[in-house]
Design a protein around this ligand. Structure first.
Ligand SMILES: Cc1cc2nc3c(=O)[nH]c(=O)nc-3n(C[C@H](O)[C@H](O)[C@H](O)COP(=O)(O)OP(=O)(O)OC[C@H]3O[C@@H](n4cnc5c(N)ncnc54)[C@H](O)[C@@H]3O)c2cc1C
Length: 454
């Protein structure tokens, strides 16, 4: 246990990541006698569960990505720093991060690591160029551009094969994200866009949802999986199960099925098939002598600390504990739990009970007025599940203004047929090119040794 008496200054907590785990940990330390430094690679807290609605033109990015500074503006013991943490020195207790053009180091007494998960292509990272994943606002806007552009290109084509290629959308992965994405593209094609084109009929678009497993929404159990499949069929999504993707290129996707190898011609593919912990997870585990699981998540003690390092907590998607799923509630609850441990130690209270996850249930939408929800012993499918989904997502969306405009946009899209957010900018394309030139930080490479930020 950390000896707080050794300290002659306020206890310094560094939090890496302002997702659900990091943000809720920071907020839970509001009244604690500590200085919190929250480091995040972007300036916003992202509500990932609604990314697919940004990608399909229902919501704007601002509605699901709130400035971290605004959220924590009134929390006097917290400061927010922009930067991608690339190294943690567990012996020196320092964190080194990189922002455009500079790098800096911050010291900690307690470290809470909540850097989430990245997309996994199961070793085939080259697929990413042709089938973007959906983890960030950049990903969602990239997909939005590709989806709406596909209809535009189809309108310009004269060759029937080319039109079909543009109007075929393939979503890989039939978990909640893939199902939601496929459902919304189908709604877009069948409800929103018809009547807006003169040569093509958007209703002819094919939406194909692939998965290597034999069911959709496997985490929801047999009953809801069957219901989900039925609802997907009803809205015209073609579901192909036990279908393994073996290659992806600019114009199509190659799959292995029980009946053999096949190619699907499609210009617009998206990947919602797997997650892995970011590289930082392995770096910390190696430095701390801890183990990681197959997805690279740090195997933590029952109190969410890294073995042998009670001063380092790993929470949310980055921790491997009791086979807990990578969902928002696990991140929120483990983030709050870590904050509580810090407060207990400062108050010289004994160790708390191990982290216990309270499962509040899970839900996924299929299309408007249609969802599946599993809460305790209860299973819901259809309209009731959809209303539950609506309420829960509004509740956890951070920020009052966002909730208001989100309700407005949902009214436009679900009661009406519109999509208010169909813009894809040229700037996005330039930004992507710049990122390729300059690396992940989006700025010039840091020069000189890291600055020390006290
Ligand atoms: C498309 C999608 C849909 C989802 N839908 C649902 C759903 O419906 N219900 C549900 O419960 N869960 C859902 N999830 C899962 C849920 O979003 C995650 O479990 C949750 O966000 C995990 O929280 P976290 O704090 O661990 O990580 P995250 O929320 O991912 O936050 C990690 C943060 O760390 C930052 N970061 C990463 N690396 C670094 C670094 N090296 N340095 C500095 N900052 C860094 C990132 O910018 C990010 O802000 C969904 C996820 C996705 C991607």
């Amino acid at each position: 246990v950390v000896d707080m008496d050794e300290l002659d200054q306020r206890h310094r907590v560094v939090v890496i990541g302002a997702g659900f785990g990091g943000l809720f940990a920071t907020k839970a330390l509001k009244r604690a006698d500590v200085d919190v430094t929250l480091i995040n690679g972007t300036t916003h807290h992202l509500f990932q569960p609604l990314l697919y609605q940004v990608a399909t033109g229902i919501l704007s990015e601002g509605e699901i990505a709130v400035p971290i500074r605004e959220i924590l503006g009134k929390q006097r013991n917290a400061r927010v720093l922009l930067g991608w943490v690339d190294h943690v020195d567990v012996a020196a207790r320092t964190v080194t991060a990189t922002a455009p053009g500079l790098s800096y180091t911050v010291e900690y007494d307690t470290l809470i690591v909540a850097a989430g998960a990245s997309q996994s292509y199961f070793g085939n990272d080259k697929f990413a160029e042709f089938a973007p994943g959906m983890k960030s606002i950049d990903d969602a806007l990239e997909l939005r551009g590709r989806i709406f552009n596909a209809f535009e290109m189809a309108e310009l084509e004269t060759d029937p094969a080319a039109i079909e290629r543009w109007l075929t959308f393939v979503v890989v992965g039939a978990g909640a994200t893939g199902v939601e994405m496929a459902g919304q593209i189908a709604e877009l094609a069948h409800r929103t866009l018809p009547g807006q084109y003169r040569r093509i009929n958007p209703k002819q678009a094919r939406v194909i949802l692939l998965d290597a497993l034999d069911r959709v929404l496997p985490a929801f159990g047999d009953h809801l999986s069957t219901q989900g499949l039925r609802q997907l069929h009803r809205i015209g999504v073609e579901v192909e199960l036990e279908t393994k993707v073996v290659d992806v290129d600019a114009t199509g996707i190659e799959v292995d099925t029980k009946s053999g190898h096949r190619r699907i011609e499609s210009m617009t593919k998206m990947w919602a098939a797997g997650v892995a912990a970011p590289g930082l997870s392995r770096q910390i585990a190696e430095a701390a002598g801890a183990e990681t699981d197959r997805a690279g998540r740090i195997k933590v003690e029952p109190d969410c600390t890294v073995p042998g390092h009670p001063e380092i907590f790993a929470v949310g998607d980055m921790m491997a504990l009791d086979q807990l799923p990578g969902v928002a509630q696990v991140a929120i609850q483990s983030g709050r739990y870590a904050a509580r441990q810090v407060k207990r130690r400062l108050a010289h209270e004994g160790p708390d009970k191990p982290f216990h996850y309270f499962d509040k249930g899970s839900m996924a939408t299929i299309s408007r007025f249609s969802a599946v929800a599993s809460i305790g012993k209860f299973r819901f499918a259809g309209l009731l599940a959809w209303f539950l989904w609506l309420g829960v997502h509004l509740l956890y969306l951070v920020g009052f203004k966002n909730r208001l405009t989100t309700v407005l946009h949902w009214t436009v899209s679900f009661i009406g047929r519109g999509r208010s957010e169909r813009v894809a900018t040229v700037q996005q394309i330039f930004a992507r090119t710049a990122l390729k030139e300059t690396g992940d930080t989006g700025g010039p490479a840091p020069s000189g040794p890291p600055k020390r930020l006290s």
